[in-house]
Write a protein that binds this ligand. Structure first.
Ligand code: AMP
Length: 287
């Protein structure tokens, strides 16, 4: 696996090997890789000639300085995992490389998705996400970009960014990888204490309950049950919502003819977890 730390060297290299027959797939990450990330690499390998992965803990998308400081960075282990997976290229820039001093910050038109759900609780988060993904797409110019459904709202934001900037990149969304007890894999899970880890699958259980009760009760009742249960178990739930799968419009109640997604965010101690579940069987892989 080739490792690049400088954007120009990476883009020169990719331009030198890219031909009409060789297509490039790209998997952006913040590292601390787990099976969720590796499933993206695997899909990318299967569908592209060249797999590029990036590891960059992007400071502009963190609204909580402690979260940024404590974000795990096991870089040697990550390099080993990517090598074992057969990833071709790793982009591993320093902050200075992505955000040189005296460069202007671009503002993206991401409304109305930007300020709901995650955006409501993490002010500026999606501007930061758009900023870094825009920079990475400019450098790498991938044919296909691979993202995980785990970050459902982020997928929609990036889909919007691709349209906004007319990138010639297709977006491919892969399913959420879970632990055996249902907990969505996340780099933040490694910071959970054993007690918190035991409780954490409750988020997924709430989503399953929202899904299974959709023909039985009004959503407001199921929503309250979930809030109460999480609070009782020591979580601080931030939101539990159902939304239209394509527009992310938040819905008051289940609507039988709509494709819906349930989304949840809760803190346990100082660790914030998110998850989502599509309420119908057929999951979209393209936005
Ligand atoms: P992150 O390193 O958290 O920025 O995630 C990098 C990519 O991996 C994003 O597209 C995430 O949606 C995806 N991802 C994270 N966790 C999972 C998971 N459990 N299953 C599938 N994809 C995931």
């Amino acid at each position: 696996m080739l490792i690049f730390k400088e954007k120009e060297a990476l883009s020169d290299y990719l331009n030198s090997i890219r031909t009409s027959q060789q297509n490039v797939g790209f998997v952006p990450t913040m590292g601390a890789l787990h099976e969720g990330h590796l499933s993206l690499i695997k899909t990318c390998n299967a569908k592209n000639d060249i797999t590029v992965c990036s590891i960059f803990v992007n400071p502009t998308q963190f609204n909580d300085p402690n979260d940024l400081k404590n974000y795990p960075r096991p870089i040697e282990k990550d390099v080993q995992l990517l090598t074992n997976m057969g990833c071709d290229v790793l982009f591993l820039p320093e902050v200075q490389e992505m955000y040189p001093e005296n460069t202007e910050t671009e503002i993206y038109d991401l409304e109305p998705i930007e300020s709901i759900l995650e955006g409501k609780f993490r002010k500026g988060h999606f501007q930061g996400v758009a900023q870094i993904v825009d920079k990475l797409l400019q450098i790498i110019e991938p044919d296909t970009l691979y993202l995980g459904q785990k970050d459902f709202q982020q997928c929609m934001i990036i889909s919007k960014l691709i349209k906004l900037k007319n990138y010639n990149t297709q977006l491919y969304i892969t399913p959420t990888q879970r632990e055996e007890d249902g907990l969505a894999m996340s780099s933040r899970n490694m910071r959970l204490t054993p007690t918190q880890r035991q409780l954490a699958p409750l988020l997924y259980q709430c989503l399953v309950s929202i899904q299974s009760k959709r023909n039985l009760h009004p959503f407001s009742r199921v929503q309250k049950e979930c809030f109460d249960l999480l609070t009782k178990k020591g979580f601080q739930p931030e939101y539990i919502e159902i939304a239209d799968c394509e527009t992310l419009q938040i819905l008051e109640d289940y609507e039988p003819h709509r494709k819906m997604v349930a989304l949840i965010a809760a803190k346990i101690g100082d660790i914030r977890l998110i998850d989502n579940l599509i309420l119908e069987e057929n999951m979209p892989t393209h936005f």
